[in-house]
Design a protein. Structure first.
Length: 492
């Protein structure tokens, strides 16, 4: 793309020097490792490094144009703007020709349930013969092609590139997780969402947002930015969980048509008469004076809420409600979300991503709804994250399980033992087990389990690594559980 066309939406003439109208830009990037001849390099001030300090390196690697917000001396023209993060989002959307305008994009935000809801939506649309894409915690997926992801929601350049690849490959619907970090940092600026879904709000990421009010405000941005127009052909919908009181403020912030869902509160899509077993969950869906029976293969009240969000989202997208229900009833589960470890053992082992107080309580409630024996809970808290939730999670684990084993969960640069001391602070000694090594903790729980007991391994879910210091080490809770089960059999 010609540079003059690319920068036109910036509406600026603040250049360090003139450049040729024939200058071609081959790439837009903020990462010097990705610079190639003909690149436009954007200087982003990050938490670790300031891109302005890397501009010379970018030019040496072939960048022919630089966007900056502070004075720099380089051998190529510099375009000066007030906000390089906003400029990057505008440039990314322009360079990739605004791909979200040609896709149905559904954004899901909330503390818990984002991954489950996006995957439920993805299955529903796929079952309706659409080619689909997913962006989230586990990966970026375009059709059947899977790509690794660093963040739940990628930076604006990666996001726009991914959406362009989806559009070019024939994807009709993209379901994506939208994190609070990404909303505050403007990573989704330039993305034209059609449907925005809110799951819930509970304590998490206070090391970043500092207060629950700021955290809620960050989540609300997805709905306030949903658009004010009521143009035909691309209507906007907000799907809100009315069981969470914060939704009332979200409803006020959006111009979009609102569909509500809930279990405990009146809502457009309301679930009643829940029946939960270890094989699944049955409920009645009440919508517009009609009742639809739904039989999920998923277990637990929290998964009914996730299912309602997905059903409402798919309906808002224009799918027939009866066929949506038929699709969602086929889904057996999502990796690392209440995932039952298969085998011929006579006790249950469940792996779940629950790493927040509310998430842990939800999954333990689901476990207790189906328990017929002892409940073991293996759980920890990550390092370099919200420290205030540690004793809260410990109390929830102790109060809602029969035996709790506290262990490490991505300690990162913190001392694992120091984390655990904060976790158990306030608990009575002798009422819990403390095993810092996560492998040993899983083995201990499974070794103690008897017939009809349930072992819940919480916190990491789909993750196949442990972050110790700054190093990622392979570690998969499902693999470790299977190894521990085999070890127990061999020791009999």
């Amino acid at each position: 793309m010609k540079a003059i066309e690319l920068i036109k939406p910036l509406k600026t003439t603040n250049f360090s020097k003139d450049f040729s109208e024939n200058l071609e830009i081959t790439k837009v990037t903020q990462d010097t490792r990705e610079v190639e001849p003909g690149s436009l390099f954007v200087c982003i001030i990050g938490s670790v490094q300031d891109g302005h300090e890397l501009a010379k390196e970018a030019v040496q690697k072939g960048a022919t144009l630089v966007v900056a917000s502070e004075p720099i001396e380089v051998a190529v023209p510099v375009i000066y703007v007030n906000d390089t993060m906003k400029a990057m989002a505008i440039l990314a959307a322009t360079f990739y020709h605004h791909p979200s305008q040609d896709l149905r994009v559904i954004g899901v935000t909330g503390t818990n349930g984002k991954t489950t809801v996006t995957h439920l939506l993805d299955y529903i649309f796929h079952d309706h013969k659409e080619k689909t894409g997913v962006i989230g915690t586990m990966y970026r997926r375009i059709g059947s092609k899977v790509y690794e992801t660093k963040n739940t929601t990628p930076d604006s350049i990666t996001l726009q590139k991914t959406l362009r690849e989806m559009q070019d490959s024939g994807v009709a619907t993209c379901s994506m997780e939208v994190s609070s970090h990404s909303l505050v940092q403007g990573r989704v600026w330039g993305t034209d969402f059609d449907i925005a879904i809110f799951t819930n709000l509970s304590q998490d990421h206070l090391e970043y947002h500092h207060t629950m009010e700021k955290y809620a405000e960050a989540k609300s941005l997805l709905f306030s930015q949903l658009g004010n127009g009521y143009q035909q052909g691309k209507p906007k919908f907000a799907i809100l969980n009315f069981d969470d009181p914060v939704c009332r403020s979200f409803e006020e912030k959006t111009a979009a048509r609102v569909f509500s869902y809930g279990i405990d509160q009146p809502a457009d899509f309301k679930a009643t008469d829940l029946s939960i077993t270890n094989r699944g969950t049955r409920f009645n869906l009440n919508f517009e004076n009609r009742v639809y029976e739904v039989q999920l293969q998923l277990v637990g009240k929290f998964n009914v809420s996730n299912a309602l969000a997905a059903i409402a989202g798919a309906y808002a997208a224009g799918l027939d409600l009866t066929s949506v229900i038929q699709s969602i009833e086929k889904i057996s589960g999502v990796r690392g979300r209440f995932e039952i470890v298969k085998g011929d053992h006579d006790f249950a082992v469940i792996v779940d991503y629950a790493h927040t107080p509310d998430g842990l309580l939800n999954v333990l409630n689901a476990v207790n709804e189906i328990k017929t024996g002892t409940v073991f809970c293996v759980v920890g808290c990550g390092g370099d994250r919200d420290r205030t939730k540690r004793p809260i999670m410990a109390e929830i684990a102790q109060q809602n399980s029969d035996t709790v084993i506290f262990t490490s969960d991505n300690p990162r640069t913190e001392d694992p033992i120091a984390i655990l001391h904060e976790v158990v602070d306030g608990l009575e000694e002798g009422t819990y087990q403390l095993i810092p090594d996560r492998r040993e903790a899983i083995q201990a729980a499974i070794e103690q389990a008897n017939t009809n007991d349930i072992v819940l391994i919480a916190g990491k879910g789909h993750e196949d690594y442990q972050i110790i210091g700054t190093e990622k080490i392979h570690f998969d809770d499902v693999e470790e559980a299977k190894r521990a089960i085999d070890l127990k059999k061999n020791n009999k």
